[in-house]
Write a protein that binds this ligand. Structure first.
Ligand code: DNO
Length: 390
């Protein structure tokens, strides 16, 4: 039976959600990373083995890494980028040696995911992550005061952002500032304004064309190594899938995915298909993408967003929101049946709800909301599987 392999992300021994919690949720594996190793350094065999042992002792397996981060120098072709690419290859070999099958990564400059609100209260009392466009513009133009930011928006957007800012208390402004700069997985330390402004400056000469070129160069170097060692690379789309803070973002659309897949044609060059990230754009046809590039999907993040006309979105229940999850899961089942494989999947994010409302976890990664998402997805998949294949 070619069903998705159910996994959850685990941030390592400091994660308030334990391996036992994840196992009780019905997962057979966890997806993790060695967050303690500075970006760019080699992931050594000892550290990898130590992490693997912890997971196996808890009765699960570790076959998917999320993420092996790409050093900023590689994205900019600056500083020691060649050395960092060599380090990346060494890490890949060490991971393959330990039995890892899939390595997730992204190519987003500076920031990973970006939201303006990590405690957005839903009508039922649970809390979700949200991106509110006016709040983000208010942050960019009036709080961060990024030089030239006002040129990136329409005058109407800026005046709405100003009104939005005026409604906010001092405390709310501080929270917005902190939330907007949180996006570093495995860490809850946001950038300071000075850090982010100087980091943004280092991208002044890098437009989307250049960034794509740097991505393709990176792929041409690392994909052959991955292929030889039996690993599959899975690039995570940009979240949200559009430019922010004037930074180029080049993994946003089906065209972007096709471009990078065509840049290096190899079974090792694939995608982490994140329905939440890609789904934040109306012009991304998620079901069609699975039909057309499903053979290159090595890992799945299933999540749903609800967009509105103003350009805002929040993370909805896994089976509601704008992504047509039943049709996506059906296409995934067809691809797995055709290729005789099981694709690893994790319920991406979850609402903060019930007891978790009183706990501090990584934003989006509380236990109960993810457990609910996983249970719903598992039921959906099982229902479709039984009606289509039996
Ligand atoms: C957010 C995650 C991302 C993802 C990286 C992959 O919750 O989906 O942080 O792990 O972008 O490299």
């Amino acid at each position: 039976m070619y069903l998705m392999e159910q996994m959850m992300r685990w941030f390592g021994p400091n994660d308030p959600v334990s391996l036992s919690d994840i196992r009780q949720a019905g997962c057979t594996g966890v997806v993790t990373a060695l967050h303690q190793i500075p970006v760019g350094d080699v992931w050594g065999t000892d550290e990898i083995e130590k992490r693997k042992k912890l997971i196996e002792e808890a009765g699960m397996k570790w076959t998917v890494v999320e993420s092996l981060p790409v050093h900023e120098d590689i994205k900019k072709h600056s500083g020691q980028f060649k050395k960092y690419i060599e380090n990346y290859k060494l890490s890949l070999n060490n991971l393959a040696y330990a039995g890892i099958k899939v390595v997730t990564y992204n190519f987003m400059p500076i920031l990973d995911w970006v939201r303006t609100d990590i405690d957005f209260e839903l009508p039922n009392g649970a809390r979700a992550l949200r991106f509110e466009k006016s709040a983000f513009i208010a942050f960019d133009v009036f709080l961060l005061k990024r030089p030239g930011a006002e040129n990136d928006y329409e005058p109407g957007e800026i005046s709405r952002a100003k009104e939005r800012l005026e409604e906010m208390s001092e405390e709310e402004r501080k929270t917005l500032f902190r939330n907007a700069l949180l996006g570093l997985p495995g860490s809850d330390i946001p950038f300071t304004p000075e850090e982010i402004l100087s980091a943004l400056n280092t991208y002044a000469e890098i437009d989307p064309i250049k960034l794509k070129k740097h991505l393709f160069y990176f792929l041409s170097e690392v994909i052959p190594v991955a292929e030889k060692s039996g690993l599959k690379m899975a690039i995570h789309p940009d979240d949200p899938p559009f430019s922010l803070l004037g930074l180029p973002r080049v993994v946003c659309t089906e065209q972007d995915l096709n471009d990078l897949l065509n840049a290096v044609n190899s079974p090792a060059n694939g995608i982490c298909f994140c329905t939440g990230s890609l789904g934040a754009r109306k012009d991304n046809d998620l079901t069609g993408m699975v039909k057309r590039i499903g053979d290159k999907i090595h890992f799945l993040h299933l999540r749903n967003t609800r967009r509105d006309e103003a350009g805002n979105f929040f993370e909805a229940d896994h089976l509601s929101g704008d992504a047509d999850m039943p049709s996506i899961v059906k296409e995934i089942l067809l691809i797995m049946e055709k290729n005789k494989i099981r694709i690893p999947m994790r319920p991406d994010h979850g609402h903060q709800m019930l007891d978790d409302l009183k706990k501090k976890t990584y934003p989006g990664y509380s236990a109960i909301g993810r457990l609910k998402g996983l249970a719903e997805l598992r039921g959906l998949e099982w229902g479709i599987f039984n009606s289509v294949f039996r």
